[in-house]
Design a protein around this ligand. Sequence first.
Ligand code: ADP
Ligand code: ASP
Ligand code: MG
Length: 422
Amino acid sequence: MARIVVKFGGTSMANIERIRHSALHVKREVEAGNEVAVVVSAMSGKTNELVGWVNEASKLHDAREYDAVVASGEQVTAGLMAIVLAEMGIQSRSFSGWQVPIKTDDAHGAARITEIDPTELDKRMKDGWVPVITGFQGISPHGRVTTLGRGGSDTSAVAVVAAAVGADRCDIYTDVDGVYTTDPRIVPKAQRMTKISFEEMLEMASLGAKVLMLRSVEMAMAYKVRLLVRSSFDDPNAPQIAPDGTPGVPGTLVCDEDEIMEKQIVSGVTLAKAEAKITLRDVKDKPGVAAAIFGQLADQGIIVDMIVQNIADDGATTDITFTVPDSEYDKAVKALENNGGKFEYARLSGSKGGAKVSVVGVGMRSHAGVASSMFKALADKGINIQLITTSEIKTSVLIDEEYAELAVRALHTYYGLDKKDA
Ligand code: ADP
Ligand code: ASP
Ligand code: MG
């Protein structure tokens, strides 16, 4: 017998028929003698619709009311899942974030979980109940509903395991049967990985692979929660996980690097679109300037991604280039232009519509030449590189959005990741 937390994403909860199908996966686990808790997302498209309504009501809305509205999608699906499970003869009830409670800070729209009280969930599971918990939402210290940021139900699921019920497994049911070498919707020749290390998954999630929310991977890594990413569209009665943890059904295990025998140099390619680039020319080259520039942006809550600063030729001035999301471009330019004399520069230039393409792999730690081969593969396709950043296990380039898919496909082929029979 095991204790399992299962999470169903939006497509798996899209309508009553899909909820019933997802519930059959829960039923199978319960009938195998396991204790199960369920975390659900809103029906696919619902959260977008709710966000749209809030913006239509007022562009300058109160973030607390945004959360009150946007969190409601999960309340509907949690109730429906509990009803469907009960109809299948399984004792079940829904829990909203505040009912658990899942406590968060008060950063509305991007709140962080601070504490989950396990008492009620633990008791229910021991008594053979299946609690169904709303993903994505919690409660602030002031008693207001909060949301965790888009894709946040993954984080709710990992947090319920890590902080509350101490489950043996966390199964993430989605609309693909695992984590692929790149987004299978862009590259049909992408291959499913049987296993991926926390660290690689962390990089892939941070670089645009939305199959798992970044924060959920961070938390899984910190608390050593192994995740199985699998499809809810599978036959619920197919043979399941092998005793050694190897998925007996298609799926990807996100686990410790030590559990992975074969380490690829490059294991995945990711794409993040809508990256804007800003260059400040002739910035005074003296201590404190970078702190002043990026402090100004941070004060506005603008997240900066890639940063490149040149060596000053004349020792007096330098150029700094960095990227922000397209949606933050106008705000960033305004913040830099109206900086109250905190820093000086000669000119500001920039543009929206960049794409960040990255290659990721733990094997890069011990292999030279990945960056140069990546640049060559892109040059062969005539793709111009605008910015470059690297970490121990990834290399990223900023290119024109127009060439984004071409670049992803070219790199996927170049590193031998294409499915052989496709
Ligand atoms: P859910 O609603 O179940 O949380 P998401 O839409 O958030 O599902 O995430 C699943 C999607 O992530 C897939 O449909 C796929 O298009 C996308 N995706 C992006 N990169 C990858 C990848 N490397 N492997 C698998 N899926 C990926
Ligand atoms: N429903 C939320 C969203 O669409 C959370 C999630 O699906 O994980 O972002
Ligand atoms: Mg998701």
